[in-house]
Ligand binder design. Structure first.
Ligand SMILES: Nc1ncnc2c1ncn2[C@@H]1O[C@H](COP(=O)(O)OP(=O)(O)O)[C@@H](O)[C@H]1O
Ligand SMILES: [Mg+2]
Length: 408
């Protein structure tokens, strides 16, 4: 033997070969004894799990022979950092079980906490603390369906997070908040930004009454002082001055400073909640062309909210809502067909064949009128067609005919 029989460091590392069911690998590292090498073998079943199933120590000559054999078998040396990545592999599989334990403990802690001192009502999986009845509490809609998707949103309301719901018109953004408020007895104020709402309406203004100058609180300080839930509808249309006032109260205990009123500070009542809805923000910005005049919201502003994309109810959920709303006359088979028509209209809208969104509200109204007239086409006049361009009406008429044959 002439040259010292050593293996260069660059041969240490991970050798991998893809197989039909996943991947197979050999890891080569320095063993405890001098001039020996540790070889570990494992199989990945495509899910990144890779327990070691062989672990041996060989000398340099033996390793050289293995390296040749592996090369013939199609094993490829991974980047030198493959070894460095190894500790991550176990962290990677350990993460989810550990997170699930932590989340279960957090849930148990929350439950223990709320049950002690508050009256709560269960909505979905969440116990929501109740407020006191007042005229601003919305009416309960008994047909309202709390989808399991809403649990996270309701939980955020309990935790006093700022919640922004984004989605198409009529997807159910406003009614979700109103129905949570209705069931937990919290008063709601709504302020629509797509109209004449001024910063005066929102924050407050001075006025003269009977020779006296009076300050009138806007909706924001009113809701904060009285512990109401404020829905800022279509926030992507709000003026910058309104957004500036809002930014101050986006922190859970954020206070409002009424500059116009000698810097009076308004602290939030513990029941105060703030919500926003928008059509064309964030994940919905791809539809901005459908919502003329909507502003882009900057990321720093969006980061102060939990933003949920609310899609239309699924056809099965909408079938349920139709039956509950129009019971006892709406049958399941009628409702299933109507929900399928709504789904087709929405697909046409998403393809931009149709320029008008098909809301659950529109569907319910059409169905109700249809039960009165016994005629889907006649009912579609005031509930659908008259609101649309002739082209859109013709397209929807085609979808309806596709699902409903004329009476024989
Ligand atoms: N989960 C639901 N269960 C029952 N009805 C619903 C549901 N979601 C929406 N609706 C119906 O759709 C209508 C429109 O919803 P709304 O909340 O006003 O939509 P958005 O605020 O997104 O425009 C509601 O008035 C209600 O009749
Ligand atoms: Mg709304």
């Amino acid at each position: 033997m002439n040259a010292p029989d050593l293996i260069e460091d660059e041969y240490l590392g991970l050798y991998r070969r893809e197989t039909e069911s996943g991947a197979q690998w050999w890891r080569v590292s320095v063993a405890d004894r001098p001039e020996t090498y540790r070889l570990e073998h494992g199989v990945d079943e495509g899910d990144g799990s890779g327990a070691v199933d062989m672990d041996l120590v060989v000398d340099a000559e033996n390793l050289r022979a293995k390296l040749k054999k592996w090369r013939r078998e199609g094993f490829v040396m991974q980047s030198a950092d493959a070894l460095v990545f190894e500790p991550h592999a176990s962290a990677r599989t350990a993460f989810m079980p550990e997170l699930q334990r932590a989340a279960a403990q957090a849930l148990a802690a929350r439950h223990g906490h709320t049950q002690e001192h508050e009256t709560t009502i269960r909505i979905g999986h969440v116990d929501v603390p109740c407020g006191v009845d007042n005229p601003l509490v919305p009416r309960i809609n008994p047909a309202y369906l709390f989808s399991a998707r809403f649990n996270d949103i309701v939980e955020d309301i309990v935790e006093n997070r700022r919640v922004m719901l984004i989605g198409h018109t009529g997807a159910g953004k406003t009614s979700l908040i109103e129905q949570v408020a209705a069931r937990s007895h919290h008063g709601v104020l709504r302020s629509n930004m797509n109209g004449q709402t001024t910063v005066g309406d929102f924050v407050g203004f001075w006025t003269v009454k009977g020779g006296e100058t009076l300050w009138v609180d806007g909706v924001l300080p009113t809701a904060m002082r009285e512990g109401l839930w404020l829905i800022v509808d279509e926030i992507d249309f709000a003026e910058p001055s309104i957004l500036a006032a809002l930014t101050a109260v986006l922190e859970p205990h954020g206070r409002l400073v009424l500059k116009e009123k000698g810097n009076e500070i308004v602290a939030p009542h513990p029941s105060f909640r703030l919500f926003a809805t928008a059509n064309a923000v964030g994940a919905m910005s791809q539809f901005r062309h459908l919502y003329q005049g909507a502003n882009l919201m900057n990321e720093a502003f969006l980061d102060r909210w939990r933003v949920y994309l609310l899609d239309y109810l699924s056809p099965a959920e909408e079938t349920d809502v139709l039956m509950r709303t129009l019971s006892p006359h709406m049958t399941r088979s009628l409702a299933t067909t109507l929900a399928a028509i709504a789904a087709d209209c929405r697909a046409a809208f998403a393809r931009e064949d149709l320029s008008s969104a098909f809301s659950t509200r529109r569907l319910l109204d059409w169905a109700e009128l249809m039960l009165r007239t016994g005629d889907p086409e006649r009912a579609a006049g005031p509930a659908i067609y008259a609101k649309l361009s002739p082209e859109d009406a013709a397209l929807i008429r085609g979808i309806i005919r596709h699902h409903i044959a004329p009476a024989g």
